[in-house]
Design a protein around this ligand. Sequence first.
Ligand SMILES: Nc1ncnc2c1ncn2[C@@H]1O[C@H](COP(=O)(O)OP(=O)(O)OP(=O)(O)O)[C@@H](O)[C@H]1O
Length: 228
Amino acid sequence: MLELKNLTFNYDKVPVLEDISVQLNVGKVYGILGPNGAGKTTLFEVIAGRQSLQDGVLNYQGESISIHDIGYLETVPYFYPRMTGAEYLQLHQVRNPDFKIDEWNEIFNLPLYQLVDSYSSGMKKKLAIMGMICLDRPIMLLDEPFNNLDLEANQFVAQLLRLLADKGKIIVLSSHFVEVLTTVCDTIYPLQNGQLGEPIERSNFEQWKEKYRKSEVEEAINLADKLL
Ligand SMILES: Nc1ncnc2c1ncn2[C@@H]1O[C@H](COP(=O)(O)OP(=O)(O)OP(=O)(O)O)[C@@H](O)[C@H]1O
């Protein structure tokens, strides 16, 4: 279990995350849904150790979390310049020599012997996903994993995340797209005003989607209608 207790984070005294407590279980896919600037990336970066833990507790299986427990897919993955896709994966393979690069690439179909600089954004995303699978960490955090992926890759990655959860991972992803989250997740947590709202469970997704569409989108479109 991944446990966040009273997690609080500020950027220069501006609060972004306020007293977040949640328990996330093995074998489940969790979605974090929040508007732009809600703090999704900050939350992932604090859990992944990219931002220091200012206040609160982060435990995995009852012990203080280690960065080696976590695989983190950034919204826009960073790659060293002048590196090929194969070299990137070989670096990850040091941690998991059993990872079969060529077999996995039969699925992702990337030009692994070209420089990553020459890849499209979607290709870079696929490479970063391969890297994360290779690391094979028990907790996988994915910030907007579907951005830049084509439809087929989108569907594949969605099912892959379910498969990884079924094989014992804790998967946490963010997306702006409700439809995507409700397809993949077991539970969705809204993040707003620095706090996680009540969890929405799969059995309530349909009902919640109706309400969500009405409250958020209709309000915005009514306002736009007045302004046009
Ligand atoms: N390095 C930083 N320094 C100061 N403030 C920051 C920094 N990074 C993010 N913020 C602020 O923290 C808040 C949360 O940002 P964050 O990127 O976590 O949101 P998000 O939910 O991931 O947004 P989006 O959906 O647009 O990606 C925003 O108000 C943002 O301006």
